[in-house]
Design a protein around this ligand. Structure first.
Ligand code: NAP
Ligand code: MG
Length: 496
């Protein structure tokens, strides 16, 4: 694969633009579209159906009808599994096309969409397909004249609202367990990255997921998203995105039908490097990768690097060397390890945080500027600040871009105190060769995930989600199934 070959291939990519509602690919009822801008060069790549409240209503009604007549829920588990496996197979067939759509939609490097984003999404579909007939109910301890059993039943209609940073991957974290448990779904992708979700909806139909079971409605957050979250016949909103929108979703739920809300929000995740770490090179690799992978547009980005004061300067040098490797290039170039930020707005937001960090007196050690401006795209170079403390805006707010803040600490208690001094609690990491310290600190960190001597050691088998203002409810693993099901206790009384 060369850049030229990829440019040629990209020209042949056909962008899906219609919503998927009740088994049909349809434009918005109003006929309106919105511009899907490609951050690679700032040009419009497609015009996508701008769904509004009426379209959402049609999609929710279709989802409800499908749920009520049991066309999916009541299928034999083996049949459901076969269809979900077929979906995974079709995604694999179209892997390259999905990867190009993702790269052109949101600017991440093609090498990542081909090897990480799309394969991970496929794995989610397959993993929940495999799991769906391996989860058992319970029998309670009862007096001898009674049998009480506890089953998990699907909720009904699930509204999934997903972000643009890992568009298909995040969609599949919701869609796969929701489908596996027998729900119907209305999926709203982010306006910046609707294409792969629309393609997923079409592939699900091709695989044999019955019409109405998986609907995909592109549109703006405050119209389509809000209509979905306020709908009286939606049972759950499963969300990944910002805390600001997460708060609104809880309000909408409270003001409508008290639907359940599950929130996977952002973070300000600390990675702690103790002077006694066994492999400081591996720690430096992780420090750079943890914040610069995916242009830093990751909810669990390692955006605060906490380094023991005695090794700070020397360790920072190692990180800076590695950071330079993430200088952005054309996302279609197979050699690029970093690409464009998702939008002009996001780029400005990131540059704004860089400006604030400078004004608040943090020292710029690397980067700090927009690059590749001549491309028309939205690129920011890897940026590192140090000589700052945890009160700086850069240490407190989620930037969602390639900007690292380096903080020094004096001892273990100091490290734990700084790490926990945040409203967020998604992920944290620590590097040490001292096994007692590793376990001790891991238990003290108030985050949903802790990685010891590694970063983002993620797998579908381990639940993902946060503490504190990073949200509640878990994606991945069998625990995700809890979110899409309701417990029902059934008791039979009989003559002993
Ligand atoms: P966002 O506004 O939270 O968007 C996430 C999803 O929510 C999108 O599908 C969005 O739709 C939708 N949405 C927006 N307003 C809504 C509303 N009133 N009701 C229902 N749905 C609504 O995130 P963003 O604006 O794209 O990014 C802003 C910041 O959020 C980022 O800089 C970052 O800090 C954070 N973020 C976090 C994550 C994460 O994984 N935790 C992911 C993305 C962003 P539209 O896009 O169509 O408006
Ligand atoms: Mg886009």
């Amino acid at each position: 694969m060369t850049l030229q070959q990829n440019l040629d291939r990209a020209r042949g990519i056909k962008f899906p633009t219609n919503a998927v509602i009740d088994g049909k690919l349809v434009p918005a009822r109003s006929g309106k579209t919105f511009d899907n801008v490609g951050p690679r060069d700032g040009k419009i790549v497609s015009k996508v159906a701008a769904c509004e409240a009426g379209d959402i209503d049609t999609a929710v009604n279709a989802a409800r009808a499908a749920f009520e007549d049991g066309r999916w829920r009541n299928k034999h588990p083996r049949e459901k599994k076969k269809i979900m496996f077929k979906l995974a197979e079709l995604m694999e067939r179209d892997l390259e096309e999905l990867a190009f759509l993702e790269t052109l939609d949101m600017g991440k490097p093609i090498r990542d969409t081909l090897s990480v984003d799309i394969p991970t999404a496929i794995n989610s579909i397959r993993w929940y397909a495999e799991a769906l007939d391996k989860v058992y109910g319970e029998v309670a301890t009862t007096p001898s004249d009674r049998l009480s059993y506890i089953v998990r039943e699907p909720l009904g209609v699930v509204g999934a609202i997903v972000p643009w940073n890992f568009p298909l991957h995040m969609a599949c974290w919701k869609v796969a367990p929701a489908l596996a448990t027998g729900n119907s779904i209305v999926l709203k992708p982010a306006e910046q990255s609707p294409s792969t979700a629309l393609k997923l909806g079409a592939l699900a139909l091709e695989a044999g997921v019955p019409s109405g079971v998986l609907n995909v409605v592109p549109g703006y957050g405050d119209t389509a998203g809000q209509a979905l979250a306020r709908h009286m016949d939606v049972d759950l909103i499963a969300f990944t995105g910002s805390g600001e929108v997460g708060r609104k979703l809880m309000t909408y739920a409270g003001e409508s039908n008290l639907k359940r809300v599950a929130l996977e929000l952002g973070g300000k995740s600390p990675q702690i490097v103790f002077a006694d770490a066994e492999d400081l090179d591996a720690a430096a690799d992780a420090a750079a990768w943890g914040i610069f992978f995916n242009q830093g547009e990751i909810c669990n980005a390692a955006s605060r690097l906490l380094v023991e004061a005695s090794i700070k300067d020397e360790f920072l040098d190692r990180v800076l060397k590695r950071a330079k490797q993430y200088t952005p290039g054309d996302p279609l170039d197979p050699a690029s390890v970093a690409g464009a930020l998702v939008s002009e707005g996001q780029m400005k937001r990131v540059l704004g945080y860089i400006d604030t960090a400078r004004k608040e007196g943090a020292n710029l050690a690397l980067g700090g500027k927009r690059v590749r401006e001549e491309s028309g795209g939205f690129y920011v170079e890897p940026t590192v600040f140090h000589r700052m403390d945890n009160t700086h805006t850069l240490a407190r707010e989620e930037v969602f871009g390639p900007v690292l803040g380096v903080l020094a600490f004096t001892n273990e208690d100091d490290a734990v105190r700084i790490a926990n001094d945040t409203v967020y609690g998604l992920a944290s990491g620590l590097w040490t060769a001292n096994i007692s310290r590793a376990h001790r600190v891991a238990r003290k960190l108030r985050t949903g995930l802790v990685w010891i001597n590694g970063w983002d050691a993620c797998d579908i088998t381990v639940p993902f989600g946060g503490a504190k203002q990073s949200g509640f409810g878990r994606d991945r693993s069998l625990h995700a199934l809890e979110k899409y099901t309701e417990l029902k206790g059934i008791s039979v009384t009989y003559k002993p």
